[in-house]
Write a protein that binds this ligand. Structure first.
Ligand code: SF4
Length: 291
């Protein structure tokens, strides 16, 4: 099924509109603390549902990414804005104000900084642990490896997520500084450090079934325990078009294959995103002893 922006989306891609008090509460808290979310910046289709349920995914290190992945709507420039030293405190206070038991933190890429923002990211995790000791923290990080990953792991997040985004052959939709192998290295290092790891694939970019299966096998081979597969939806006309709308039945097939490969948790559905229902994914994986 070929896409253009003019073509109506299939019936299974109906977006839930924003509603309810929780939504307004989330909006007020974020504004009061001057925080960004990937929900807004990446124009996530799940915002109505997630914010309506009182949760959001915080995006730290500014709202300007130094990478230019062709599927992503986050603003991109060669250099980001100066880091806000107050961001960790504001973030921790927002997590507390929202009463989150489970917080998901992601960031833009900051190739313009000597440590690519790893120390600041680590400070943000620590601030949440200090302010809300009972809150679990899932981090969706850039492709930090080696010394770049150590500050993050040192703060003991509950899940370390990093996305390979798509199958090996289609990695050119990512910024040229990213690669499947480098992302596998990030995941391998986090998993071998004893951290539950998670990665996501966007489907509908032209990947074949065998390539999806190969990508899943490679993720398992480096110890990834949670995998998420969701439909790529073109955020604006500036990003690459959708090649195919993957049917719910195929998402189910991929989920079965992933479970056969031994992932402790598989989320595979058109609207699935790394942070979509992240707490439920954690709860189910931990109930099965997988995290
Ligand atoms: S799926 Fe994640 S990024 Fe999208 S709205 Fe929900 S929390 Fe935000």
């Amino acid at each position: 099924m070929r896409d253009t922006l003019q073509q109506p989306k299939p019936s299974w891609l109906k977006i839930q509109l924003p509603h309810g008090h929780e939504w307004q509460h989330v909006e007020r808290v974020l504004a009061a603390h001057g925080l960004h979310t990937v929900c807004d910046e990446a124009k996530c289709p799940n915002k109505g549902e997630c914010w309506g349920a009182g949760t959001a995914t915080f995006m730290i290190l500014g709202d300007v990414c130094t990478r230019g992945c062709r599927f992503c709507a986050v603003k991109t420039r060669r250099a980001g804005l100066p880091l806000d030293p107050d961001e960790p405190r504001q973030l921790a206070e927002a997590v507390k104000a929202l009463g989150l038991n489970y917080a998901v933190i992601t960031s833009v890429d900051r190739d313009d900084l000597p440590d690519r923002g790893a120390a600041h990211f680590a400070t943000c995790i620590r601030a949440i642990h200090d302010t809300s000791p009972g809150t679990k923290v899932e981090v969706l990080i850039p492709d930090y490896v080696g010394p770049g990953l150590i500050p993050i792991l040192g703060e003991k997040p509950n899940i370390v997520a990093h996305n390979v985004e798509t199958v090996r052959r289609l990695q050119n939709v990512r910024d040229p500084r990213a690669s499947f192998d480098k992302s596998l290295q990030t995941l391998r290092e986090a998993a071998s450090g004893g951290f539950p790891t998670k990665s996501s694939l966007l489907l509908g970019l032209g990947e074949r079934d065998d390539e999806v299966l190969d990508a899943l096998k490679e993720l398992r081979s480096v110890g990834v325990s949670i995998v998420v597969m969701g439909q790529y939806l073109r955020p604006t006309p500036k990003e690459i078009p959708v090649v195919e709308y993957v049917t719910p039945a195929r998402f189910d097939q991929y989920a079965r294959r992933a479970r056969e490969l031994g992932f402790s948790m598989v989320v595979s559905a058109p609207f699935a995103r790394t942070s979509y229902h992240a707490q439920q994914a954690w709860d189910r994986a931990s109930a099965r002893g997988g995290v």
